[in-house]
Write a protein that binds this ligand. Structure first.
Ligand code: NAD
Length: 372
């Protein structure tokens, strides 16, 4: 079997879908690896590194004859014209944002597998690209915010006087939010956090941060299928807005991470609330690519409103290309190796995971969430 690794073409995408480590491991399973020249450049990996790990380096028609094509983001279907018939395209495919591309994969007879649809079940944890990338994003968001902030994070007592600790508020305590809390705490900030899932209260406390929660409102339990958030009642949203308003005016840094699967990100901060913050404060909107938690945030821009900087990098994991690539690549390797069929010399999916991630097959769009 031939596995091709393409260089990423999207603007600002510095990651790569395989590292020398995973190339070696995939070769160990019996695969032949073809890596596009320059694919690892953004992550500090040279063609020689891939070659030494056992890959063939190609400059043109990289997917020729490949039965599996790996990407971070979905590759342009035009690059896959000479792939084997029914070849797998394994990447983060953004099927709602890139529906036209999914249709093109179907028309080309490719089997597109969206890694971000991996079910959140125990045996698939090591294949979960959303978690591995969100964790790094939560960390980096705090560092970027700290850099843009004109003051220090930790309290410092000096001969020239005392510098007070920064107040950091994390909204949305999933994988990214937990890492943001931990990172801000390590830097010495005073941290508080909120979520709609009450199970996060204990997690916030265990990291040494203060939970800020709406109490005594109908529809309070915001936990739905698979441990994800659900959309909240109007009463809850109103109570949450009031609570946030009084709290946010006292914060220096706000990191927002709130997502609801299959929907636009919930709006958590309005322009009027931003106006109550102290000038020089920084907001980092990690949900900007899903529509944003913060009014006025824009993808890949730092916007200033009322003296407050609003950061909206759409691809925060790409700011840590080496680690993000290493973890993403391991997620892909763990996925392929878990399903490796020794007799066929290639992976064969089971029904549970296959149905969850398969978007196209046999010339059709087959995923439930994309039909109709
Ligand atoms: P996510 O990226 O979908 O959302 C981020 C956070 O935003 C979530 O905690 C969510 O509850 C919160 N949120 C949504 N609406 C909000 C609102 N209006 N106000 C405040 N917060 C809001 O979440 P995630 O990081 O992918 O994690 C979701 C859950 O899945 C967590 O419980 C996580 O531990 C769990 N998880 C399980 C596995 C596994 O078992 N394989 C893997 C990863 C994550």
């Amino acid at each position: 079997i031939t596995i091709a690794v393409l260089a990423e073409r999207a603007m600002g995408e510095s990651r790569v879908a395989a590292t020398p480590e995973t190339v070696r491991k995939l070769a160990g399973l019996g695969a032949r690896l073809v890596v596009e020249s320059g694919a690892g450049k953004g992550a500090g990996i040279s063609d020689e590194d891939y070659h030494a790990a056992g890959a063939v380096i190609a400059s043109a028609d990289v997917a020729a004859g490949a039965q599996i094509v790996l990407g971070v983001q979905g590759p342009d279907p035009a690059l896959l014209a000479s792939a084997a018939s029914g070849a797998w395209v394994v990447a983060s495919l953004d099927p709602f944002g890139q529906r036209g591309r999914v249709d093109a994969y179907a028309a080309a007879g490719l089997e597109a597998l969206a890694m971000e649809f991996m079910p959140r079940i125990t045996r698939a944890q090591s294949m979960d690209i959303l978690s591995s990338q969100a964790n790094l994003a939560g960390y980096k968001a705090v560092l970027v915010a700290a850099n843009l902030y004109g003051r220090a994070f930790p309290m410092m007592m000096t001969a020239a006087g005392t510098v007070s600790a920064a107040k950091v508020f994390v909204m949305g305590v999933g994988v990214a939010g937990l890492q943001a809390i931990a990172t801000a705490r390590r830097l010495g900030a005073q941290v508080s956090a909120t979520d709609v899932r009450s199970a996060t209260k204990e997690q916030i406390q265990s990291l040494g941060a203060k939970p800020i929660f709406v109490e005594n409102v109908a529809g309070i339990e915001g936990e739905g299928a698979g441990g994800y958030a659900t959309e909240m009642s109007p009463e809850y949203q109103k109570a949450q807005a009031e609570l946030v308003s009084s709290h946010i005016a006292k914060q220096d840094i706000v990191i927002t991470t709130a997502l609801i699967p299959g929907r636009a990100a919930p709006r958590l901060i309005t322009d009027a609330q931003i106006a109550t913050m102290r000038p020089g404060s920084v907001i980092y909107d990690l949900a900007v690519a899903q529509g944003g938690n913060v009014e006025g945030s824009l993808p890949d821009q730092v916007v200033e409103r009322h003296g407050v900087k609003i950061v909206g990098y759409a691809n925060t994991p790409a700011l840590l290309p080496a680690d993000a690539s290493a973890l993403f690549s391991r997620n892909l390797f763990n996925f392929l190796s878990a399903f490796w069929d020794k007799e066929q010399g290639r992976p064969v999916l089971d029904e549970e995971i296959g149905n969850a991630i398969r978007l196209t097959q046999g010339g059709q769009v087959v995923h439930e969430r994309l039909k109709g």
